[in-house]
Design a protein around this ligand. Structure first.
Ligand code: ATP
Ligand code: ZN
Length: 302
C-alpha cells in the first residue's frame, strides 16, 4: 500500500476524517476542526492588525461571473457546475425509472445560475469592481470559502471540497508584491512555530492542454506563483500548503479594477489550504493531539 492510502486509512480509523465513499470528499471530526480553528486563530495573530476587510462567500458562485473569469479556458478539468431538475411530470417519471433501473439519470439535469467556487478569491474581484475606484493606498481583503476541484485522489491532501483561507491585496505593483513577500516570511515563521519543516519554491497552476504549457512556462519564468511546501505523505514530494500568487494587472484589466489615479490595479493573493495544514500537523506530530509538543499546542490554542 502506498503512503497516501495508508495515511488516509489511518485518518479514517482514528475518526479524524470520515469516509463518504467518494475519494476527496470527507467528513471531519471535532478534533480535526479544532486544529483548523486553532490555525485560523494563528493566522489572525499575524494578519489581524493589517486591517483587512473580511468577507465570506458561499461555496457556490454566480455562473456568469465564473464564465467571465476565464476559468474554463485554463482549468476545465477542475470545474464543478450545479445542475438541477427543471422538467415536467413526465420527465420526472422517466427520471425515476432510470434511477430504479440503475441507468444514467443525470442527462436531463439543467445548468443553474450557480457553479462551485474554485478558489476563495473568485467572487471577490467583481464584487470590488462594482464599488468603483480603489484608494491609491490599496485595499486588503480576508476570505475563507469551501472550494471545489474535480481531482479525486487517495491522497488525503488532495480533496474535492476543501477550505481555503485567503488574503487578497489590490493596489500598485510595489504594494501588492511587498504584501506577497510579507506573507511568504510570515508563512515560514508560522510553520516553524508549529514545528513543521517548510520549503518555498516557484510553482505553477495546472493549466489545461497544449496551450496550458505556455501558460505554465510563463508563470514560472516570471515567478508569478510560489508555494510553501510541507511533507505530508512524502518528504521527497512535499505538499503545497500555502500559495502566493501575483496576478500582475490581469485581474485588474479583466474586472475593471482601477485606482483613484486612474491606473489599473495590480492584485496578489495568498492562500492557506486549511485541510492540508491540519493534515501536515497530524502527519508530523501524530494523530493524537494530546501528544503534540506543548509549543505547538500553545501556538494553536493558548
Ligand atoms: P496543487 O499544485 O497541489 O494542485 P494548486 O496550485 O492548485 O495546488 P492553489 O490553486 O494555489 O493550489 O490553491 C491554494 C491552496 O489551496 C494550495 O496552496 C493548497 O494548500 C490548497 N489546495 C489546492 N488544491 C487542493 C486540494 N485539491 N485539496 C486540498 N487543498 C488544496
Ligand atoms: Zn486566489
Amino acid at each position: 500500500m502506498d503512503m497516501q492510502t495508508s495515511f488516509l486509512d489511518r485518518l479514517f480509523e482514528s475518526g479524524l476524517l470520515i469516509d463518504t465513499g467518494v475519494d476527496g470528499l470527507y467528513g471531519r471530526s471535532g478534533q480535526f476542526e479544532d486544529v483548523i480553528s486553532g490555525f485560523e486563530r494563528l493566522i489572525g495573530q499575524y494578519g489581524g492588525a493589517d486591517g483587512a476587510e473580511a468577507m465570506r462567500f458561499p461555496p457556490g458562485m454566480n455562473r456568469a461571473l465564473f464564465e467571465k473569469s476565464g476559468y474554463m479556458k485554463s482549468f476545465p478539468q477542475l470545474a464543478g457546475t450545479v445542475h438541477s431538475f427543471c422538467g415536467s411530470e413526465l420527465d420526472h417519471m422517466s427520471l425515476l425509472q432510470c434511477i430504479d433501473a440503475g441507468e444514467e439519470w443525470t442527462k436531463g439535469q439543467e445548468a443553474t445560475d450557480i457553479v462551485l467556487t474554485p478558489a476563495a478569491c473568485y467572487p471577490l474581484y467583481p464584487t470590488v469592481a462594482k464599488r468603483g475606484p480603489l484608494p491609491n493606498a490599496g485595499a486588503l481583503f480576508d476570505l475563507q470559502s469551501y472550494c471545489f476541484r474535480h481531482e479525486p485522489s487517495k491522497d488525503p491532501a488532495r480533496q474535492q471540497l476543501f477550505r481555503m483561507r485567503e488574503y487578497v491585496c489590490m493596489g500598485t505593483e510595489d504594494h501588492v508584491t511587498a504584501f506577497r513577500q510579507l506573507w511568504m516570511d510570515r508563512g515560514v515563521e508560522m510553520m516553524s512555530k508549529l514545528g513543521l519543516d517548510v520549503v518555498i519554491d516557484v510553482a505553477n497552476d495546472p493549466f489545461f492542454g497544449r496551450a496550458g504549457k505556455m501558460m505554465v512556462n510563463n508563470q514560472r519564468d516570471q515567478n508569478l506563483k510560489f508555494e510553501l511546501l510541507i511533507p505530508v505523505t512524502s518528504s521527497a514530494k512535499p505538499t503545497a500548503c500555502m500559495s502566493f500568487n501575483y496576478h500582475q494587472d490581469s485581474f485588474g484589466q479583466k474586472w475593471g479594477l482601477a485606482l483613484e489615479d486612474g491606473s489599473v490595479a495590480h492584485t496578489a493573493c495568498v492562500g492557506f489550504g486549511l485541510e492540508r495544514i491540519a493534515l501536515a500537523l497530524f502527519a508530523h506530530h501524530g494523530l493524537e493531539v494530546e501528544t503534540w509538543p506543548i509549543a505547538v499546542r500553545e501556538a494553536l490554542w493558548a
